[in-house]
Design a protein around this ligand. Structure first.
Ligand SMILES: Cc1cc2nc3c(=O)[nH]c(=O)nc-3n(C[C@H](O)[C@H](O)[C@H](O)COP(=O)(O)OP(=O)(O)OC[C@H]3O[C@@H](n4cnc5c(N)ncnc54)[C@H](O)[C@@H]3O)c2cc1C
Ligand SMILES: *[C@@H]1O[C@H](CO)[C@@H](O)[C@H](O)[C@H]1NC(C)=O
Ligand SMILES: *[C@@H]1O[C@H](CO)[C@@H](O)[C@H](O)[C@H]1NC(C)=O
Ligand SMILES: *[C@@H]1O[C@H](CO)[C@@H](O)[C@H](O)[C@H]1NC(C)=O
Ligand SMILES: *[C@@H]1O[C@H](CO)[C@@H](O)[C@H](O)[C@H]1NC(C)=O
Ligand SMILES: *[C@@H]1O[C@H](CO)[C@@H](O)[C@H](O)[C@H]1NC(C)=O
Ligand SMILES: *[C@@H]1O[C@H](CO)[C@@H](O)[C@H](O)[C@H]1NC(C)=O
Ligand SMILES: *[C@@H]1O[C@H](CO)[C@@H](O)[C@H](O)[C@H]1NC(C)=O
Ligand SMILES: CC(=O)N[C@H]1CO[C@H](CO)[C@@H](O)[C@@H]1O
Length: 503
C-alpha cells in the first residue's frame, strides 16, 4: 500500500492529515464503528503515530529487539500477541495523540501495565500495543500520606521505593504484578484485612480520555469517573498515575511452607480453622494446592504485619511436616518476591475464580479433589494446576462506604476470592483447558451451594475471572451505571477497540 511514500507526518499539526489519508485507504470499512483489520493497515497507523509523538515517546517495531519484545511480553505467553508495533508513551499528551490516531482509524489497540492479565487479548492486540513502562515514578508526599505511583510499574518496585521511607501502599501479593491492571480492577493485598482493597485506598487518578482530555480525577473533581475507575478497568481511558494512601510499614514476618501429598488433610484442617477463628487483621494466609509432574503439593504463604512472629496463630501450620520452610522477618518487597508464582512464567495460562463465603474443611476437600481431578488430566509437559485459597476476614468490604467504587457491587457481604490457575505449553490444549477452568468453578460453586452458602449477590473478582464471564457476575447492580458512565466519558467507544471487560 506504499504508506511510506504517502506519509510525511513530521509533527502534531499533521496528524489529522495523516489520519485522513489512512481513512481514505480503508474507506469501505469505515462506515461501521468496528476495528479495521489488516496488518499493513495497522503498520501504516503505527507509522503515523511514530511521526506524531514527541521525543519523550517511541515506537518499537517487530523484530527490532529487546524493547519490542519486553513491551508485548506477558506473564502467560497466551496473553501475548505480535502487534504491528509497540508504543511506549512518555507523556500524557502523547497518549492523547495515540488515542486520537487509533480512534480516527478504528484500529485495535491494547494497554499493558504489568502484563499479568490471564485473559487473551485483554492487554494484547494485533494492532497498536501501548506499553505503560515509561510511567515508572513513585513520589511520596509524607505530609499528605500519599504516594503517586506510575501505572507502568510492578508492585515489587513500588514497595521497594517506599520500604526505605517506612511506608507502603496496598498492592499485589506476588512478584511482577502491574500497578495498572490491579488498581483498576480491585486489588487484594497483604493489608486488605486491615484497610480494604487497593481501590478503597485510592485518592486520585491521572487519566487520558479517548477525546484527548487529560484529567486529574478525584472525589472532588469528577466523582462519577473516580467511582468508575475504582474497579471499572480500561473502559474510560488510559490511566498514567494513581494516588494511593500510604501506611507505616515495618518489616514483616512470613514466608512459605511446602507440604507434600501425605499431609494435605492437615493443611485443610489448619486452613479451615484459621479462616473460621483468626480475627487478627494483621495475620493472613494463602494456601495453594498444586498438581504438577504427577504430584499433589501444597504451598502455604504465611504473613504477619509485624517484625515479630505472632504467638500461636500459625502453630497448626508450623506443626505440619514440611518439605521446605522459609519463614523470617523481612521487608515487604522481599516477602512478595518469595511467592512461587513465577514458576509458570512464560507458559500458557488461564485463571478462573469462585468467591467463597466459608472455607469449610468440606470445601477444601473439594478443592483438593479438583486439583487432583484436573491435574491427572493435564496435557503432558510443563503443565500444572493451582488452586489458591485466599481466606480474608468477612469484613474486608467494610473499609469503604457503600457504593464508593465500581467493584465490588455489594459491600454487605465479604467473600474471599479463590484463584484457579492452569499452566501448560501446547496451544492445541487451549480450548480444553479453558473448558476445564469453567467446569471446575461450576463444580466448586455447586459444593458451596450444597453447604448452604448463600451466593446470591456475591460478586466474582474480575481480575481472576475467565473471559466471557457475564459482566453482571462481576459488577452486579452497578453494571447499568457503569454503562451510562462509559457512554458519558467515551461516547464513541474508543476504549472498545482495546480488549477487556467492556461496558
Ligand atoms: C501471578 C499472579 C498473582 C496475582 N496476585 C494478585 C493479588 O495478589 N491481588 C490481586 O488483586 N490480583 C492479583 N492478580 C490478578 C491481577 O490483579 C490481574 O492479573 C491484573 O490484571 C494484573 O495487572 P497488570 O497491570 O499486570 O495486567 P495487564 O495485563 O497489563 O493489564 C490488565 C488489564 O488492565 C488494563 N490496564 C492496565 N494498565 C492500564 C492503564 N494504565 N490504563 C488503562 N487500562 C489499563 C489492560 O488494558 C488490561 O485490560 C494476580 C495475577 C497473577 C497472574
Ligand atoms: C517474576 O517475573 C517478573 C516478570 O513477570 C519479574 O519482573 C520479577 O522480577 C520476577 N520475580 C522474581 C522474584 O524473580
Ligand atoms: C496526587 O497528590 C498530589 C498531592 O499530594 C497532587 O499534587 C497530585 O496531583 C495527585 N495526583 C493524582 C494522580 O491524583
Ligand atoms: C512427604 O514429606 C515427608 C516430610 O515432610 C516425608 O517424610 C515423606 O516421605 C514425604 N512423602 C512423600 C510421598 O514424598
Ligand atoms: C462455616 O462453616 C463452619 C462448618 O460448617 C461453621 O461452623 C461456621 O459457623 C461457618 N461460618 C460461617 C461464617 O458461616
Ligand atoms: C471430584 O471432582 C470431579 C470433577 O469435578 C467430580 O466429578 C467428582 O464428583 C468429585 N469427587 C468428589 C468425591 O468430590
Ligand atoms: C514449550 O514448548 C516449546 C516449543 O513449543 C519449547 O521450546 C519449550 O522448551 C517448552 N517449554 C517447557 C517449559 O516445556
Ligand atoms: C447485597 O447483598 C445482600 C445479601 O445478599 C442483600 O440483602 C442486598 O439486597 C444486596 N444489595 C444490593 C444493592 O443488591
Ligand atoms: C481503612 C482506611 O484507612 N482506608 C482509607 C484508604 O484510603 C482512602 C483514601 O484516602 C480513605 O478514604 C480510607 O479511609
Amino acid at each position: 500500500m506504499g504508506h511510506r511514500s504517502i506519509f510525511d507526518c513530521s509533527g502534531l499539526r499533521r496528524v489529522a492529515v495523516c489520519s485522513a489519508v489512512l481513512l481514505s485507504l480503508a474507506a469501505s470499512s469505515v462506515a461501521t464503528p468496528q476495528p479495521i483489520a489488516g496488518q499493513a493497515y495497522y503498520t501504516a497507523v503505527c507509522e503515523a503515530i511514530s511521526h506524531a509523538i514527541s521525543s519523550a515517546s517511541s515506537v518499537n517495531w517487530p523484530g527490532s529487539g529487546q524493547f519490542y519484545t519486553a513491551d508485548i511480553e506477558h506473564y502467560a505467553s497466551s496473553s501475548s500477541m505480535q502487534s504491528a508495533c509497540s508504543v511506549e508513551p512518555g507523556t500524557e499528551e502523547d497518549i492523547a495523540i495515540i488515542l486520537r490516531i487509533v480512534a480516527e482509524n478504528r484500529v485495535p489497540f491494547a494497554v499493558k501495565s504489568g502484563g499479568h492479565c490471564m485473559n487473551p487479548q485483554y492487554s494484547s492486540t494485533p494492532g497498536v500495543h501501548i506499553a505503560m513502562s515509561r510511567f515508572n515514578e513513585v513520589k511520596y508526599d509524607a505530609e499528605a500520606n500519599v504516594a503517586e505511583v506510575g501505572a507502568g510499574l510492578i508492585w515489587d518496585d513500588v514497595y521497594g521505593a517506599l520500604d526505605p521511607q517506612g511506608v507502603t501502599v496496598l498492592g499485589g501479593r506476588a512478584s511482577g504484578i502491574g500497578v495498572g491492571g490491579l488498581a483498576l480492577g480491585g486489588g487484594y493485598s497483604w493489608k486488605t484485612n486491615q484497610f480494604g482493597l487497593t481501590v478503597d485506598n485510592l485518592t486520585g487518578h491521572k487519566v487520558v480520555l479517548a477525546d484527548g482530555r487529560i484529567l486529574t480525577v478525584n472525589a472532588q473533581s469528577y466523582p462519577d469517573l473516580f467511582w468508575g475507575l475504582k474497579g471499572g478497568s480500561n473502559n474510560f481511558g488510559i490511566v498514567t498515575k494513581f494516588n494511593l494512601t500510604t501506611y507505616p510499614q515495618t518489616e514483616i514476618w512470613g514466608g512459605t511452607i511446602s507440604v507434600n501429598a501425605t499431609y494435605i488433610n492437615e493443611v485443610n484442617a489448619a486452613t479451615a480453622k484459621f479462616s473460621q477463628t483468626v480475627a487478627d487483621p494483621k495475620a493472613q494466609i494463602l494456601p495453594s494446592y498444586t498438581f504438577v509432574q504427577g504430584q499433589l503439593i501444597a504451598s502455604i504463604s504465611l504473613f504477619y504485619d509485624s517484625p515479630d512472629q505472632p504467638n500461636s496463630i500459625f502453630d497448626d501450620f508450623l506443626a505440619i511436616p514440611n518439605t521446605a520452610m522459609d519463614l523470617k522477618t523481612r521487608p515487604l518487597r522481599d516477602f512478595v518476591r518469595t511467592a512461587p508464582t513465577n514458576s509458570t512464567l512464560g507458559l500458557r495460562g488461564v485463571y478462573n475464580t469462585v468467591s467463597v463465603l466459608n472455607y469449610t474443611e468440606n470445601m477444601l476437600e473439594a478443592i483438593v479433589n479438583e486439583t487432583k481431578f484436573w491435574g491427572e488430566r493435564l496435557p503432558p509437559g510443563a503443565s500444572s494446576v493451582t488452586y489458591s485459597t485466599e481466606p480474608f476476614l468477612s469484613s474486608i468490604f467494610s473499609h469503604a462506604s457503600v457504593d464508593s467504587s465500581a467493584y465490588p457491587p455489594n459491600r454487605s457481604i465479604g467473600p474471599s476470592p479463590l484463584a484457579i490457575a492452569f499452566a501448560w505449553n501446547d496451544s492445541s490444549a487451549d480450548a480444553a483447558i479453558h473448558d476445564a477452568a469453567r467446569k471446575s468453578a461450576a463444580q466448586l460453586t455447586q459444593v458451596m451451594l450444597s453447604e448452604g452458602q448463600n451466593l446470591q449477590n456475591v460478586p466474582l473478582y474480575g481480575n481472576y475471572a475467565i473471559f466471557d464471564t457475564p459482566l453482571e457476575k462481576i459488577y452486579g447492580v452497578h453494571l447499568p451505571k457503569l454503562q451510562a458512565l462509559r457512554a458519558k466519558y467515551d461516547p464513541y467507544h474508543v476504549m472498545g477497540l482495546a480488549g477487556g471487560w467492556k461496558f
